[in-house]
Ligand binder design. Sequence first.
Ligand SMILES: CC(C)(COP(=O)([O-])OP(=O)([O-])OC[C@H]1O[C@@H](n2cnc3c(N)ncnc32)[C@H](O)[C@@H]1OP(=O)([O-])[O-])[C@@H](O)C(=O)NCCC(=O)NCCSC(=O)C[C@@](C)(O)CC(=O)[O-]
Length: 324
Amino acid sequence: MATRCNRTILSSFRKFSQKTAIEVKIVEVGPRDGLQNEKKIVPTHVKVDFINKLSRTGLKSIEVTSFVSPKWVPQMGDNTEVFKTIDKLPGICYPVLVPNTLGLESAIAVGAKEIAVFASASEGFSRKNTNCSIEVGIQRIKQVINVAEKQNIKIRGYISCVVGCPYDGFIKPSEVAKLSEILLSLGCYEISLGDTIGVGTKTTIDNMIRSVLSVASADQIAIHCHDTYGQALANICTAFDAGVKVADSSVSGLGGCPYAKGASGNVATEDLVYMLHGLGANTGVDLNQLIDIGQFISKAIDKPTGSKVNKALYQNLENNKTVT
Ligand SMILES: CC(C)(COP(=O)([O-])OP(=O)([O-])OC[C@H]1O[C@@H](n2cnc3c(N)ncnc32)[C@H](O)[C@@H]1OP(=O)([O-])[O-])[C@@H](O)C(=O)NCCC(=O)NCCSC(=O)C[C@@](C)(O)CC(=O)[O-]
């Protein structure tokens, strides 16, 4: 028998699926957010192979690397080589994460057409992640955007810790709305709202999104959920119910932020696609290929997949092989 909580989630899913013939965009962040926290350096050719495989699944946006300081995040130290080597297929965006004008210069040098800037709704995380206050971070973003716009580079914005911070605790929705308004006014075309440590629930995510919707339209918002407490899919549905149509995810549930201890990976792309297809949404993404890619990258980093859907479908596949 369904629990009360299950019933709430199921009714939310139904409400969402009945609303529209849903068009949802997935931003795959596995190669950047997914791999950045891996201690053992993943060889560049594996990253390139990983991204090239992702490019052939139907995904339309793949965040491929970051131009941050290699002293801070050594795993992304091969950013230039990765970006230059990957196949860039028409119709697919390959954004890169940029923290400052130095990173932007490198992104421009390799020909990036879209960047992602990032800020935090919490002071504590801002200082740990970027070594500066929220205010100084905004000034850095302003400088980056001033240059990027002149180069016709598209700019996406991230806000971290939208419901909770590992250092400052609970974050007020009004703080997230305030920062969203600033990033949009500076020139970001979309704000990805990051539950960095995955503590959000339907209620806290709903309150936060409603607050952001007082300063932004739903098509200016994306949702970025880590799955530490197993709430990511429910939280994404909550965002979709509020009109959001873009979700970030990472194949195999890779990831975590080096400056948010204990945070698990992003919601797995396989799990998100499976849920969306179940809701009748059109993602344009081939789930079978994602399963293979999830297996490929999990083997490469020598970790079991963090995707429940991958485990289940891969097991079925293996069982069928044994039977036939
Ligand atoms: C912001 C800084 C750079 C400040 O770092 P800093 O140490 O305060 O800056 P600095 O200007 O004093 O520079 C220190 C050294 O780094 C170099 N440097 C400086 N910038 C760059 C650059 N762009 N590229 C290459 N090198 C760079 C710079 O040249 C210098 O080198 P040195 O003179 O010592 O030889 C640093 O704190 C940093 O790189 N932080 C990024 C940390 C990071 O990548 N975190 C993870 C990404 S955010 C995330 O995962 C959250 C998100 C987006 O997914 C959403 C969510 O889930 O919440």
